[in-house]
Design a protein around this ligand. Structure first.
Ligand SMILES: [Zn+2]
Length: 234
C-alpha cells in the first residue's frame, strides 16, 4: 500500500521529540512540536511558495488531527546562503532548541551526564526513501539518565549528537571496550612518531568481544582500551 502524505506527516510528527524542529524539505517553513498534538510555526520564508505551502500544510496537519499555532511565526527574507552556510545555520538552530528539552521533572536534558549514554540496538525498520524505494534501516537509540529523578530517556542518535556535541560521537563504549576515533592529522602523527597504542579500523562488530557497533563507529580508524570495570574484574 502506498504511503499517503497524511500518513507520512503523522509518522514524522509522532516520532519527533517534544520541542523538536521540523522543516519539511524545500518549503521554507519551520515547525516546533509542542505537547498535545500541536505544532508551532516559528518561521516562514517571505516567498509566494512558502506562503502557499503554509496554507497547504495547515490543512494537511488539521486533517490528521494536529493543531497549528501560527501566531509566533516570523516572516524572514530569503537569505542567499551557500548550501554549507545553510547547513551550519540549521545545525545552530537545532542546537539552540535542544537546550530547551527537559525531563518531565524539569531538568534540562543538556544537564544529564550525556557522556554516560548507552547505545541500544532496536532491530531493523523499513524506511521509505525519497526515491520511493524502501530500505531496511537499523534503529538505534541512546539511553540517557536524569541525574535528578533517575528517569531513563531514549534519545534519537541525531538528537543525542545535538545535546552531547561532536566530541561525544568520537568515543564509543561497548561496555567492555572504549574506542576513540582518530582524525587524519592524528593518524599521520601517530604513524610518523611510531606512537602506541596501535590504531585499528573497525567494521560492524567489536573485534575483541563481538558486540555490534553503531553505524557512526563503523569504518572509523580508532584507538582502543578496555573499560575500567573490565580491568578491575581481572
Ligand atoms: Zn528527571
Amino acid at each position: 500500500m502506498e504511503e499517503t502524505p497524511e500518513d507520512a506527516v503523522k509518522e514524522i510528527l509522532e516520532r519527533l521529540r517534544e520541542g523538536g524542529l521540523w522543516q519539511p524539505h524545500g518549503l521554507g517553513l519551520s515547525y516546533v512540536k509542542e505537547s498535545g498534538n500541536q505544532v508551532t510555526l516559528t518561521v516562514q520564508e517571505n516567498t509566494p511558495l512558502s506562503a502557499q505551502a503554509r496554507i497547504r500544510m495547515r490543512m494537511l496537519l488539521e486533517d490528521v488531527g494536529w493543531k497549528v499555532d501560527e501566531s509566533p511565526c516570523q516572516l524572514v527574507e530569503v537569505e542567499h546562503l551557500t548550501p554549507e552556510q545553510k547547513h551550519i545555520k540549521e545545525i545552530q538552530m537545532r542546537q539552540e532548541l535542544a537546550q530547551s528539552w527537559k525531563c518531565s521533572c524539569g531538568t534540562p536534558l543538556s544537564a544529564f551526564p550525556l557522556e554516560e549514554g548507552s547505545w541500544v540496538h532496536e532491530g531493523q525498520q523499513e524506511m521509505l526513501l525519497p526515491t520511493g524505494e524502501k530500505e531496511m534501516v537499523e534503529q538505534w537509540h541512546v539511553m540517557i539518565q536524569c541525574p535528578t529523578c533517575d528517569a531513563e530517556i531514549p534519545t534519537e542518535p541525531y538528537d543525542y549528537g545535538l545535546l552531547a556535541g561532536d566530541d561525544a560521537m568520537l568515543t564509543y563504549n561497548t561496555g567492555k571496550m572504549i574506542y576513540t576515533a582518530v582524525d587524519r592529522p592524528d593518524i599521520i602523527n601517530r604513524i610518523d612518531s611510531k606512537l602506541s597504542p596501535t590504531m585499528i579500523i573497525v567494521g560492524s562488530f567489536c573485534p575483541f568481544y563481538g558486540d555490534l557497533l553503531p553505524p557512526h563507529v563503523r569504518g572509523a580508524v580508532v584507538t582502543f582500551r578496555e573499560t575500567k570495570e573490565r580491568f578491575e574484574e581481572e
